[in-house]
Design a binder for this molecule. Structure first.
Ligand code: PMP
Length: 351
């Protein structure tokens, strides 16, 4: 058995792979491949409708929320958000908690003013800042709920009247939260939602994109909403894989059920690392991500030995991001508890 700890694209449920493979050969007994059906057919419309309604049900979204499947990865949302919501002389408030947030800040500066309300750069992004003020006149407040590279996660939603925009790429659908508190949620699909190539974007209808600049149609959220994510050809197969993954999540009991398993996996891995004399988790305990466990060893020779051992034991994706080094073990929704246990057994045996 291969234990897949990749950070994204990452492991998906086995049944999703099986169903997606079948659909490539014969989609819903039509004799056609999912890859060759038109996006404006009733066949695909049913897929998109089911994906949307599963998102609404699993996240318990209210009727004010519009659900979109868009192209371009989460990186497109870094600029599409300010392009739609931030006029030249307006200010967006941003939290700087690592590489993805920094990229979002850089893109926002192309369109308006950015007020970085707090940063955890002073300690190498190993914690989430807690005491900061979100200016009441900010157009929106943006943060990254889970910092995939640095391994921090923000478990609370800040109290503010300013509309909140969140990049949930790496922890969406992994734990319960009040998703209705957000004015805009975006997430690349390639971790907990499905296959790479599509973004889930959820926008509250009361959060109005009013800016003076002209927008290309493909960048205009309002046009995507008016056209039901069909402004152009959507990534049909990627949306289909999302629908299958959402079905799987519902079948195992939805977010409350997966949250319990995710907590178990994270507790197992962190407690194993904390108890071991050679491994050192880098993140402050209260901010440790349940999705991406980041840790180091003080001896580079030992690090290499452990990586070799992981490889030998069929554990893939354990190496840390190139920008931070060390190790990163990703524990996304589809990672079975057995894989987390297998990793812990291996770590315990290492000396
Ligand atoms: N935000 C976060 C939190 C991410 O983890 C990633 C990618 N891993 C991105 C944004 C960028 O996503 P994409 O590659 O889909 O543009």
């Amino acid at each position: 058995m291969i234990h897949n700890f990749n950070a994204g694209p990452s492991i998906l449920p086995k049944e999703v792979f099986e169903q997606a493979s079948k659909a490539i050969l014969n989609f819903n007994n039509t004799g056609l491949s999912i890859l060759e059906i038109g996006h404006r057919t009733s066949l695909f419309e049913a897929v998109l409708d089911e994906a949307r309604s599963l998102v609404r049900e699993l996240m318990q979204l209210n009727d004010d929320k519009e659900i979109l499947f868009l192209h371009g990865g989460a990186s497109t949302q870094f600029f599409q958000v300010p392009m739609n919501f931030l006029d030249e002389h307006e200010t967006g408030a941003y939290l700087d908690c690592g590489i993805w947030g920094i990229k979002a800040i850089r893109e926002a500066k192309l369109f308006g003013n950015v007020n970085v309300v707090a940063s955890s750069k002073d300690r190498n992004y190993t914690y989430v800042p807690k005491d900061y003020v979100i200016p009441a006149n900010a157009k929106y407040f943006h943060y990254t709920s889970n910092n995939t590279i640095e391994g921090t996660e923000m478990f609370y939603i800040p109290e503010t009247n300013v509309p909140i925009v969140v990049d949930m790429s790496s922890d969406i659908l992994s734990r319960q939260t009040d998703f209705n508190r957000f004015s805009l949620i975006y997430a690349g699909a390639q971790k907990n939602i499905g296959a790479a190539g599509v973004n889930l974007v959820i926008i509250d209808r009361n959060f109005k994109p009013v800016v003076n600049r002209k927008l290309p149609s493909m960048m205009d959220y309002m046009q995507h909403i008016a056209n039901g994510s069909m402004l152009n050809t959507p990534p049909v197969f990627a949306v289909y894989v999302c629908m299958l993954t959402l079905r799987w999540l519902k079948s195992i009991g939805g977010i409350p059920a997966i949250e319990k398993i995710n907590q178990q996996k994270a507790d197992l891995v962190y407690s194993t690392l904390d108890a071991h004399p050679l491994f050192r988790p880098t993140v402050a305990k209260e901010d440790r991500s349940r999705m991406n466990v980041v840790f180091v060893m003080d001896d580079p020779e030992k690090e290499k030995q452990f990586l070799d051992l992981c490889k030998k034991e069929n554990m893939v994706g354990v190496k840390g991001h190139r920008s931070v080094g060390g190790f990163r073990v990703s524990l996304y929704n589809a990672l079975p508890l057995e894989s987390a246990k297998a990793f812990c057994d291996l770590a315990k045996s290492f000396n």
